[in-house]
Design a binder for this molecule. Sequence first.
Ligand SMILES: Nc1ncnc2c1ncn2[C@@H]1O[C@H](COP(=O)(O)OP(=O)(O)OP(=O)(O)O)[C@@H](O)[C@H]1O
Length: 451
Amino acid sequence: MSSETSRDVAIRVTGVTKCFQIYEQPHLRLKQAVMPRVLRAAGLEPRNYFQEFWALKGVDFEVRRGDTVGIIGRNGSGKSTLLQIICGTLQATSGSVEVNGRVAALLELGAGFNPEFSGRENVYLSASILGLTRDQIDARFDDIVAFADIGDFVERPVKTYSSGMYVRLAFAVIAHVDADILIIDEALAVGDAIFVQKCMRFLRKFRENGTLLFVSHDTGSVLNFCKSAVWLNRGDMVMHASAEDACNAYIEYCSQEVYGDAVKLKSRQAAREEGAVIKPKARVEADTRLEMFDNVANSAGWHSGSAAIDSVELGNPEGEVLTSFAGGEEVLLRVRATAHVALSSPLIGFFVKDRLGQSLFGEHTYTYIQPPMEVEAGTRLEASFRFTLPMLPNGDYSMTVSIAEGDPFANTQHAWLHDAVLIKVASPKLRYGLVGIPFEEVSMRRIGGGE
Ligand SMILES: Nc1ncnc2c1ncn2[C@@H]1O[C@H](COP(=O)(O)OP(=O)(O)OP(=O)(O)O)[C@@H](O)[C@H]1O
């Protein structure tokens, strides 16, 4: 039993299973409807004409009020099925779902609106299903149409809409019904960039008070948006953990799937010493704002056994290793790795990500090392990247480093360190946005008279 009271819980999913009945031929469905009764009446044991498919196999998790939870998993893992059960549009085979609050959902395209009705009629229909009175819808109609921004199409039947228009109107409705809980499926992906930005602004505001359940294949947007994530795999809930832990585990799993059983990835997490203290090396510059912590030994990640990352160092272009930087200066990043087997076209890469796991910048060696190198087992490699360190806003960052084999589009990862370098930025000036810009001068002056 959870320690949370029902008041704190927005969604509680307990032991939910879903079994679909699969009929190999359409007429077997009819047979299933009729035959068992006939056979029972004749005193015979009825048989089933379908195969069972378990899309969900006992899913348990809770979403607290105000939480933003991502649902991740590969195609067919049961994400949409779970959302439909939470929304009440699909019945679970067993288990229960408790939802506290008004739920509005943007599920897969095609669900929700009546295609024969106009946009206007569908707005009234779906907003009233979501609990708004006619007067409330009248009062909000113009805002909904302005948000959707689909012009005269609002008077035309929804069946004439493009998928982008459809999702615009559907999102506009759910954004105006005072929902306590929003459930967003991948549908948002069909909107154009400007509309998606508008939705994201709305969702960022919404999550200040509301509860959000967000499904995506894109771990980047889950990391960017969600506090925690539920990972589903073939109907099983593998984990419900912080978004970072769940996404890292999921990415690792997907990589393992690519390798197959031939190569067993070894988790570095398992080897990590509990409570290892990361000590920053000595500061070099007096007015430091950006500090680097070598974390190669403690970084979570994995390796296939074919190659390993040995060290990651950042320093000045002369090669002197430093741990403190101001941002804006030229730096040299050196990644050393060992190939334990012969590799054709090894590539070493890195990217710097923010606290939420959002990638900010990075590079790999492939485009610079042409033709690709061939190396024999036991070769030690050093990749060097010389670049201008950006000004990063205050916060914690980390650098992911990897060695792979192949090209940027088709490669086999051999070692991956999630947090090879930890970066702390403390500056009184840079505060906003993803990337800090060093402003040379900021001023304000009066350019006209006031009343
Ligand atoms: N009505 C249905 N009848 C039979 N099988 C179904 C039905 N709906 C879903 N399934 C199956 O259940 C499994 C889970 O489907 P679901 O759509 O929930 O997965 P998903 O994780 O949302 O996938 P995707 O990421 O591709 O959208 C799939 O194997 C799918 O084929």
